[in-house]
Design a protein around this ligand. Structure first.
Ligand code: ZN
Length: 498
């Protein structure tokens, strides 16, 4: 058999696995949007079955043999070779998990999720403590199974951001913390922008229609996706021709839905822009979670919270929301960029947000290396919030129980949120440098140059490069803090005039 024939066999098998995975994703999307409560139990079972089938298909010995054969073949194109190499890497990693471990992890994770819900209800971390302890024990085991060179947390980080290490992140966060503190203290000496006008009543239907306008404006393709409502906004993709976003509407806060649409819209543009001919293969998948998040923050913050964007959209905003008629672009720009240390990560501004991430990062690292006991999480948390954000945590619900991630077993995920902001700022600087007249185009609501840049530099590569390789390739240097710090300083000087 020729190498191309073998490659076709490989592609067919990978597409079959993708079909099963995406069918499961449709069920998951439905569960979070429309599923009646009576269907919940059966749905859980249906999704578990599909996920098991996908797992079995990918663990097939024959696929392993095929991949070995292909990785030695030299008549493959560069892209084909890359697909094979990445799949072989995934395949070997997958093989490290014994079925006993996979089952135990699934059971403990499911228990953890339910005790987290219960602990939140009772507002008491102790309800969550023992099942979380079990999960952390398994995560340490997972790090050992996956292997690491320096720190066990590196192995978990790699699941979300290939190549990221504790050594690298420690330096990055250390260097980020001081300038952010200085910027915050300069801001806190200035009068705060008035944002009371954001907290009046905003009609649900108008918000929904305005959200669709926002998606349309940034280039979301409604022939290749749709928007629905869900309690927690998210983006999911079944192929480049069907990408779903969700939003939520708070009738007393106009900002929540608007900027969540831009955020999820940014994620969706990435998914719609991936190469469709690579369906089911690594080059058809996103690069890393950090890069995915860079795409959402690019549209939500770099574009969406910029003065030019707000000025351009003021006529549209006042058409949908006449109650904002007297406000004007400048005060709206100030209000949506207000900085205020707070308790809840998802409500944080672009600056203090990173303190939330740093706290979770240092906490997770300690848990995985074994230098912090699970029972000491609340006291560690509360002390860190006092030190870094200067806020008193009133209870566990507003403290260490606020995020869902640990109950899903997602240790190593949080740093990718900060990486997303950093990559976004560096990419935004690059696209501005490489596109003369971009500011004027954006001021006219014309994003065609931005779309072209993202397509050529980010979307088309899929998983070809790691995040840092990609950053190097398209901006000429590895990730640098200076771009994000400059971006924040410029923005807050315009808001606070310090
Ligand atoms: Zn996101």
């Amino acid at each position: 058999m020729t190498s191309q024939q073998l490659y076709e066999q490989y592609t067919a098998q990978m597409r079959k696995i993708a079909d099963v995975k995406y069918a499961q994703a449709v069920l998951q999307w439905d569960q979070e949007t429309y599923l009646p409560s009576g269907g919940a139990a059966a749905r859980g079972q249906q999704m578990a079955t599909l996920s098991e089938i996908a797992h079995q298909l990918f663990a097939d010995e024959k696929l392993g043999v095929l991949l070995q054969e292909l990785s030695g073949a030299d008549e493959l194109t560069e892209k084909q070779q890359r697909n094979v190499a990445l799949t072989l890497e995934d395949y070997q990693k997958n093989k490290r998990y014994t079925p006993v471990f996979v089952r135990e992890l699934a059971e403990v994770t499911s228990r953890c999720y339910h005790t987290w819900i219960e602990a939140r209800k009772q507002n008491d971390f102790r309800v969550f403590e023992s099942s979380l302890g079990e999960l952390i024990r398994l995560k340490k085991e997972e790090a050992r199974v996956l292997e690491f060179e320096q720190h066990p947390y590196d192995a978990l980080l790699n699941e979300f951001e290939k190549g990221a290490t504790v050594a690298w992140l420690d330096t990055l966060f250390d260097e980020l913390q001081q300038p952010l503190k200085q910027l915050l203290s300069a801001i806190m000496k200035c009068p705060q922008p008035d944002d009371r006008f954001l907290k009046q009543h905003f009609d649900k239907d108008s918000q929904w229609r305005f959200g669709l306008e926002m998606l349309k404006q940034i280039g979301f393709d409604f022939e290749a996706g749709r928007q629905d409502l869900s309690p927690h906004p998210f983006t999911t993709s079944f192929n480049t021709g069907d990408v779903r976003v969700t939003t939520r509407i708070d009738e007393h806060d106009f900002t929540s839905m608007t900027w969540s649409c831009l955020h999820e819209g940014g994620h969706a543009l990435y998914e719609q822009g991936l190469p469709s001919d690579q369906y089911g293969l690594p080059l058809g998948e996103y690069c890393s979670l950090g890069i995915h998040e860079s795409q959402s923050r690019f549209w939500e913050n770099c574009i969406g919270r910029d003065q030019a964007f707000i000025e351009y959209n003021i006529p549209l905003i006042t058409r949908f929301f006449p109650q904002l008629k007297e406000v004007g672009a400048k005060p709206l720009f100030g209000a949506v960029n207000k900085v205020q240390p707070s308790l809840v990560r998802t409500e944080a501004d672009e600056l203090t947000y990173h303190f939330h991430v740093m706290i979770r990062y240092s906490l997770e690292k300690k848990l995985i290396e074994g230098s912090l006991d699970v029972k000491d999480i609340p006291s560690f948390w509360n002390e860190a919030y006092k030190n870094l954000l200067g806020v008193d945590v009133p209870d566990d619900r507003k403290g260490c129980l606020q995020d869902i991630h640990w109950s899903h077993g997602s240790f190593g995920y949080f740093p990718t949120y900060s990486l997303g902001s950093l990559y976004a700022a560096q990419f935004f600087t690059a696209v501005q440098k490489q596109t003369p007249g971009l500011a004027q185009q954006i001021a006219r609501g014309d994003y065609s140059a931005v779309h072209l840049w993202l397509k050529t530099n980010v979307y088309q590569y899929g998983r070809t490069y790691t995040s840092n390789e990609l950053c190097n390739k398209i901006t000429g240097e590895p990730l640098q803090l200076k771009y994000f710090l400059q971006y924040l300083t410029d923005k807050y000087k315009a808001v606070y005039h310090f």
